[in-house]
Design a protein. Structure first.
Lengths: 344, 344
DNA sequence: CTGAAAGCGCTTACAG
DNA sequence: CTGAAAGCGCTTACAG
């Protein structure tokens, strides 16, 4: 019942009395095999539990059946959820997901210079990373279709899926303004290495624009490192100032959760003394009763994966840019919970 | 400066004026190459940004440089943190991580019957999954070393790293007993398909044993699905009973967080009316001021990865079982926060 | 230490 | 429709 360790195409060919060329054609559904022969081959393959060797297939011009996914890190809700979305789609078609994490600038540099994915994957998905021109060039040298998720949207016809981060920030700040706040601060988050991530820039831009649109001036902004602890620190900075703003817009929910922790420890009640709002709709936002602007994360992963499949199996690329840019911008949505209320 | 699309071993050989055999040896660090020649080859390879074709390497008997990691899902803190730990180690040695998610029994069945990792990886890491004898057999047929993380510890000489889940439960319940609780309930979590996961069984066993050791009898246990919502539901079930216990031991922090949410909505104060304790030290536990028993998760991933490296590069397997079983049991640690207090 | 050659398991023109 | 054969890019005995 259990097949021997190594069944190859030759075995299948012998069992069905044809050449391996025909087996190869039949198994891939290629034309040039009579229905009878095809059936015979297919059942022989099934009987032997035959699995094509991806190595050999790839080596002779076929595909690897693997897609590289590049993320800054896995142990963060956003990225693991994107990954889950990608995995959802890949599982159904049998594509293998090769995970690449590039947590810091050293790793990132090494990654782009060594191009470890080269010849190893049929396509790539790159999440959120801010890329230099050089890095983009290197990426192109991998020579496979690439889909981007979040972060900076390419200007050319490369695929991208994400949200409008500036709009998300505006939605959050707009809500604070609408319920009466006039003194709104922001806790902004930044990369350790001061690399300008598109998301960060868009969110603070949205903050300033919405503040300006509301006729407010000179808002306080404190900048901290990404992470819950960064958020805590940010709120400590705000608390150390002469006057606490009536509302705080946080770069993201993780920042906001850290901010809430500091407030709880300091005995400042939310939303009575200060309103707090984030962005993302992290699972903990619900637990902490945090008002936020939700973005569909898993769906971004799914769409990116489908885009990859499309590029892999879809129509061959015609020269010239496509009629519509291959960008998908998913909607964000204000989720009002208990951490925001009109100022007293 | 920028290398052409396809640099192969022949190119490197030409650039360094040797045969591809020597290149192959030099690049793999195999013996039989003079230091001078090796250096020349290495710098030529670097200059050309050469990357070995894993396909060709594997096809001719070498390794793929890939390790399969099997997890139930990625979008859960525990598994994404394990993954991060594995990635930490793999990154430093250039191993590729092929991610396989088997969220439900259908996927799991398909995974073990199709053995999609076969001929694709040099080793495997399997996280937490409860495996049937059949599944273990199938896993062996992949024919590569396999390391297990969490869940059931194999009885033979296969590698395993994890914690003592029964002890963790005992630590949690022991704390409740120590501060004076006599009426302790448990919210237990279970698989959708009622598959007995080793972790779940060990935790409830630890609960019952610790309760018995304390001379208490007949504790209330409610069983819910894994997830924060399951935890909420579990606490609703406890609240609907005639009398609320003075303390609740939750299968894990996610269950506990859901339970806390229900209590907050119901207006039951913690720890004044009821104490709550979990297991894991999920990042949100700190945010929610939840007492818990911490386990080192990322470290489990790191150890599993190092174990894989060891099996891949280390001493060849001598016949017969090794002297000490290749098991690593990491310590767990009680973390007291604000969700537990003596009963009133 | 070094190289020529066989072979890994496929795919794909190229002939029949 | 079918098969013989070349070739993908490596590794590994086997000779020098």
């Amino acid at each position: 019942m259990i097949p021997k360790q190594t069944v190859n195409m030759t075995d299948v060919a012998q069992h069905s009395g044809v050449s391996i060329a025909s087996v190869s054609r039949a198994l891939r559904g290629a034309p040039g095999v009579s229905p009878t022969t095809r059936d015979r081959i297919l059942s022989a393959a099934r009987e032997l539990s035959y699995v094509v060797s991806p190595e050999a297939s790839r080596l002779s011009g076929g595909l690897t059946g693997r897609v590289g996914v590049v993320v800054p890190r896995v142990d963060a809700w956003f990225f693991s959820t994107i990954l889950a979305g990608i995995a959802d789609e890949f599982d159904t078609v049998g594509l293998d997901l090769v995970l690449c994490t590039v947590p810091d600038s050293t790793t990132r540099h090494r990654f782009f210079e060594a191009l470890p994915l080269r010849r190893k994957v049929d396509a790539m998905v790159v999440c959120s990373l801010p890329l230099t021109a050089r890095e983009h060039t290197r990426l192109e040298q991998v020579g496979v279709p690439t889909v981007f998720v979040g972060g900076h949207r390419p200007d050319d016809d490369r695929s991208w899926v994400g949200i409008d981060d500036e709009l998300a920030a505006r939605q959050a700040v707009g809500h604070l303004v609408r319920i009466g706040h006039r003194d709104i601060a922001m806790i902004q988050a930044a990369d350790d290495a001061d690399i300008p991530w598109a998301t960060d820039q868009a969110r603070i831009r949205g903050f300033h624009r919405q503040i300006a649109d509301a006729g407010l001036a000179d808002p306080t902004v404190v900048t901290v490192k990404w992470s819950i602890d960064g958020g805590s620190r940010g709120m400590e900075m705000l608390l150390s100032r002469p006057r606490l703003p009536t509302a705080v817009f946080c770069h993201s929910d993780e920042i906001a959760l850290g901010a809430l922790r500091t407030l709880r420890k300091a005995g400042v009640s939310v939303p009575q003394h200060v309103s707090v709002i984030g962005v993302d709709d992290h699972p903990s936002a619900d637990l902490s009763d945090l008002t936020t602007v939700a973005q569909p994360v898993r769906e971004q992963g799914r769409i990116a994966a489908r885009d990859v499949l499309h590029r892999l199996t879809g129509e061959s690329s015609v020269s010239g840019p496509s009629v519509t840019p291959p960008w998908t911008t998913l909607p964000t949505r204000l989720v009002i919970r208990g951490s925001t209320a009109p100022p007293r």
